[in-house]
Design a binder for this molecule. Structure first.
Ligand SMILES: [Zn+2]
Length: 312
């Protein structure tokens, strides 16, 4: 059913003009990516990412229809229906090598959310480990279905060792993440740096105290290393399974000034918590197509909510 609705939204939105779909009072647009590359990256085989040309045309589309704003303007309280703030998760090296030069050339501010446990290539995100293992299994023609959560990390590491994969060797050879000096240089160029948990667990698998600990520790590292003017945190994967009491504790302890989820275009009930739009969809699509689908889904939900509000 969900898939049918999604397909309907994609087909219907493609037939409607962008300006019509983007009408009425709308939340600020917060597109996010992970990386941009023309290369096939083995640790990212289970995720999609745009080529340089696709990313540049996405940016041109955004700049044609919206004003790019920094994190400070996002928190200014101004009406930002025709603005966007861009962000990138996971701190991958392409953010420094490929993304930042393009953004600088086009004058687009952005926030980079990083995981302290991965910075400087100390460790690899468990989903990227799954991708590496899957690529090796395919090469060896071995068929095993892989578990892929944080809770499966020990068994994934054991399987990797059995297959002769050495994460440390692989990390030092490929260097998938940015280093601390590279991140600092992004900050010096005017980009903002935020926290993304220590090592990217699925928060819905953690209890409340462990969720808080991930936020506390990662934000403490960010503050100590980069002393950002605005303390920003992006929940890894999504904010699904994060109860109100965790948000309340974060506010009481002033762990961050602003936080982000990944639920797409959505108005948030909590102050200083925003939802971002994932731009790396499974179907290769332009930003125009992606955003049209997002706006149509938003407008349909708004109509349904109004309808039910009138009836009750
Ligand atoms: Zn992430």
């Amino acid at each position: 059913m969900r898939e049918t609705i999604r397909r309907f939204v994609h087909i219907a939105s493609a037939m409607l003009p962008f300006r019509l779909l983007r009408s009425g009072k709308l939340p600020v647009l917060l597109p996010f990516y992970h990386l941009v590359s023309n290369d096939e990256l083995p640790y990212r085989m289970n995720y999609h990412y745009p080529s340089v040309a696709t990313f540049e045309s996405d940016l041109d589309f955004l700049l044609q229809h919206y004003k790019p704003v920094g994190l400070d303007e996002l928190l200014s309280g101004k009406s930002l229906t025709k603005a966007f703030h861009l962000s990138f998760d996971d701190g991958l090296r392409e953010c420094y090598d490929v993304v930042a030069p393009i953004l600088k050339r086009k004058g687009v501010p952005a926030t980079f959310f990083v995981n302290p446990a991965f910075v400087d290539n100390q460790d690899l995100f468990h989903r990227y480990k799954v991708s590496e293992i899957a690529a090796l299994l395919k090469e060896k023609n071995i068929h095993i279905s892989l578990q892929n959560t944080y809770a499966d990390l020990d068994s994934l590491d054991e399987l990797a060792a059995d297959l002769g994969l050495n994460w440390h060797e692989l990390m030092s050879e490929r260097q998938p993440y940015m280093t601390t000096p590279e991140i600092r240089s992004l900050q010096q160029d005017g980009f903002t740096i935020g926290g993304h948990s220590m090592d990217h667990p699925e928060f819905w698998l953690l209890d409340e105290e462990s969720q808080l600990e991930e936020i506390r520790e990662s934000m403490a590292w960010i503050n100590q290393t980069f002393a950002p003017q605005i303390k920003a945190f992006a929940f890894p994967f999504s904010d699904v399974g994060v109860p109100d009491c965790v948000f309340e504790a974060c506010h009481e302890e002033r762990l961050f000034d602003v936080s982000f989820g990944t639920a797409g275009l959505k108005r948030e009930r909590m102050e200083c918590h925003f939802q971002r739009v994932p731009m790396e969809t499974d179907q290769p699509a332009t930003a125009a197509k992606r955003l049209k689908a997002e706006y149509l889904a938003f407008q349909l939900k708004r109509l349904i909510n109004r309808h039910y509000a009138k009836r009750h």
